[in-house]
Design a protein around this ligand. Structure first.
Ligand SMILES: Nc1ncnc2c1ncn2[C@@H]1O[C@H](COP(=O)(O)OP(=O)(O)O)[C@@H](O)[C@H]1O
Ligand SMILES: [Mg+2]
Length: 377
């Protein structure tokens, strides 16, 4: 008997069969980048940006005609690291597809001359370059763009967590990248980012180099009815039953947040025997376990927040959707100091992306974090 696949994927690439919806978003993204545009995708962390990009890369319209590249620069803090990741990603994507392009890569990246290894099996150079080997990142970056510009197919380059570049210590990185991107004609770019205010500032303020250089798409939660259908039918298909209202309850609890919903139903599915039902208790256990898993991280976040901000954070978590947070009523209810201190704390929490503002109403960006706070305070 083959082991049954859990249809709720939480890591790695998602097979189209297990990918929920994103029909309109993927059509829009594909249309944009295959027609010479660049695209920005903004959403909170783990709402599905990376998944969406990878899903589009597998579509024939893209896969057949383009070289596709993907880097996530969240952990990078300098142009050198950026250049390293990009170089590595480009080389490793090209190698299995075109030995001609891989060879051209080695020839074009003269600044890394002699730093490639050699793979005895494929007979091709291997990217054994180390971070320290890149001593002139600006120059190496230029070479990578030169290589891309000579590719025998058009290219799509996705840079995930793109807001990170604005934190690099070097000056004018945005301008430098913008210049390269503007000059290259056979490449289109996807810039994804989780820090909404930073991404918007980069692309929507006229003083910044990337101003209006790309179409902006905000990736929202998958609609409730579609996500519910997907979950219920994936249980049914595998001879298990779950009531719609249980699924809808989880959806509401996490405001449709993709990762937490996938994670909850991955575990709930695993705990439901074939021919059996997934009950409310099954789902609650899964959520409790998930909270347990993240508890250490939540504590650590709190340990780095000054008390005034923390008190405001608790107040917002308890409210769920907090309105009129500067009002005397709100300040009194949660024993906060004053409206000016709440104002200052709000700004700090927004900057750190711990809270999100929509139409003058505030909520914790991370719904699980909010649930955890509500349980212990
Ligand atoms: N459309 C989808 N259907 C099912 N699972 C998804 C979908 N989009 C994303 N996921 C899952 O949700 C989680 C978060 O998605 P990810 O794309 O990594 O988010 P982001 O890049 O916005 O941080 C991942 O575990 C991924 O497998
Ligand atoms: Mg991502």
């Amino acid at each position: 008997m083959t082991k049954e696949i859990n249809p709720f994927i939480v890591t790695g690439n998602i097979d189209p069969e297990f990918f929920c919806d994103r029909v309109d978003e993927s059509a829009r993204l594909i249309k944009s980048v295959t027609n010479g545009n660049n695209m920005v995708i903004i959403s909170p962390r783990r709402m599905g940006k990376t998944g969406l990009i990878r899903f589009c890369y597998e579509k024939q319209d893209i896969k057949k005609h383009y070289y596709t590249f993907f880097i996530d620069i969240l952990q990078t803090s300098s142009l050198r690291e950026f250049t390293y990741l990009l170089g590595k990603a480009v080389y490793e994507a090209l190698l299995p597809l075109s030995s001609k392009m891989a060879t051209l890569f080695v020839q074009t990246l003269k600044s890394l001359n002699g730093k490639f290894g050699f793979d005895p099996v494929s007979g091709m150079p291997s990217f054994n370059v180390e971070l320290g080997d890149i001593d002139r990142p600006e120059y190496t970056l230029e070479e990578i763009f030169r290589l891309l510009s000579t590719a025998d197919k058009p290219c799509i380059v996705a840079i995930d967590e793109f807001q990170q570049i604005s934190k690099y210590p070097e000056n004018n990185i945005e301008a430098l990248l913008r210049t390269h991107i503007q000059k290259i004609h056979n490449c289109n770019f996807i810039f994804a980012g989780s820090e909404r205010s930073m991404m918007q500032a980069m692309f929507l303020s006229s003083a910044r180099p990337f101003y209006r250089s790309a179409d902006v798409m905000e990736l929202h939660a998958i609609p409730k009815d579609i996500y519910t259908d997907f979950i219920v039918s994936n249980f049914e298909k595998r001879d298990r039953h779950i009531e719609r209202d249980i699924v809808e309850g989880v959806y509401d609890m996490f405001s449709g947040h993709t990762f937490y919903i996938q994670k909850t139903f991955n575990e709930s599915f695993a705990d439901t025997p074939k021919g059996g039902r997934c009950t409310k208790e099954t789902v609650e256990t899964a959520i409790d376990n998930m909270i347990g898993l993240y508890e250490t991280i939540f504590r650590e976040i709190l340990s780095n927040i000054p008390e005034k901000q923390k008190m405001l954070l608790y107040a917002i978590a308890k409210e769920g959707d907090a309105k009129l947070i500067l009002s005397a009523e709100f300040i009194k209810r949660y024993s906060l100091a004053s409206s000016s201190s709440v104002q200052a704390a709000t700004k700090k929490l927004l900057d750190r992306d711990l809270i999100t503002e929509t139409d003058k109403s505030y909520s914790l960006t991370d719904r699980l974090f909010a649930m955890w706070i509500k349980r212990i305070y």
